[in-house]
Design a protein around this ligand. Structure first.
Ligand code: CO
Length: 297
């Protein structure tokens, strides 16, 4: 990998990591989810990167894809388990990282951080993707916690935030071999016993999929923004309100979703309501792997 590209991955990773720490500090009982999300976005831009996706601030049994609506009044509760998943990019090179906030030390949080550490330790050119899932499973088993089996880590590429390979978080025999220069995100999710997520509730996150003819001028404008401003990376519906008349946004989004011009990211919730913790880092694979999103550890 060229040094210039590595430097961009490092910068994006550092800013995403700092934004994650900022989100952890801001999160406390009574604070609005919307305020945390907006502060994280502003921080990323101030530091010279762009959001690679909206802050996911997913509480308790919500695993992922919750980002606040433009007028979201929801606040953090004192017993909440809050997953903060942050993405930043520099020229399309992405840092993707997550951590979980709880008011008091929490077993699931401790466990998921340990699982992530154990998985990162085995990464090098030649590691099989199946070994990663197996390591994650063994680490979770050893700590007596369960895993969410249908959420995965993933490869990263320029302007591609969920690329190949998909990295399963449970024991598996994938023979896909990591090579020098691959960039991957490892993101295990722990819960009290093994769990499973399904789509539920509303959608606030979308990304550009393909050009399609649409009648509504606002829909055409949103499609342009999705393709050119956000470079096909996920964005939040609330980010559109400055540029598109609020009463037209929902209508336009429905039209774009209907013709499959945009891909929706519905909120993902654990099927039986189990609380979930998450941890995530982005890693450049080389003989001495670089964890781009690690801050001062
Ligand atoms: Co990720």
């Amino acid at each position: 990998m060229e040094k210039e590209v590595i430097d961009k991955y490092r910068k994006a990773g550092r800013i995403a990591g700092e934004a994650r720490e900022l989100a952890l500090r801001k999160t406390r009982p009574g604070v609005k989810l919307l305020d945390i999300a907006e502060e994280v976005k502003a921080y990323i831009i101030r530091k010279g990167a762009q959001p690679a996706f909206p802050l996911n601030v997913s509480v308790n049994d919500i695993a992922a894809h919750y980002t606040p609506t433009y007028n979201d009044e929801r606040v953090i509760g004192k017993d909440d388990l809050v997953k903060l998943d942050v993405g930043a990019h520099v020229d399309g090179y992405i840092g993707d990282t997550a951590a979980t906030w709880s008011a008091r030390p929490h077993d699931l949080v401790k466990a998921v951080e340990r699982v992530l550490k154990d998985a990162i330790k085995i990464l090098k050119p030649g590691t099989r993707v199946g070994e990663i899932g197996t390591t994650i499973q063994e680490s979770a088993d050893a700590q007596g916690v369960g895993l969410i089996s249908n959420l995965t880590g993933h490869g990263l590429d320029r302007y591609v935030f969920h690329g190949e390979p998909s990295i399963m978080n449970t024991r598996n025999d994938s023979g896909h071999v990591l090579k020098e220069g691959d960039v991957i995100a490892i993101e295990p999710f722990t819960c009290p016993t093994n769990g499973f997520v399904k789509e539920s509730g509303t959608t606030e996150i979308y990304r550009f999929l393909q050009r399609r003819p649409v009648r509504l001028p606002e829909a055409r404008k949103i499609l342009d923004i999705a393709e050119n401003k956000y470079h096909s990376l996920p964005f939040a519906k609330r980010w559109l309100y400055k540029e598109v008349s609020p009463i037209k946004v929902s209508l336009a989004m429905r039209q774009l979703e209907g013709v499959m011009a945009l891909e929706p990211y519905p909120v993902l919730r654990e099927v039986s309501g189990k609380p979930i913790a998450q941890a995530e880092h982005t890693i450049i694979i080389q003989d001495k792997p670089i964890v781009t999103t690690m801050i001062g550890e």
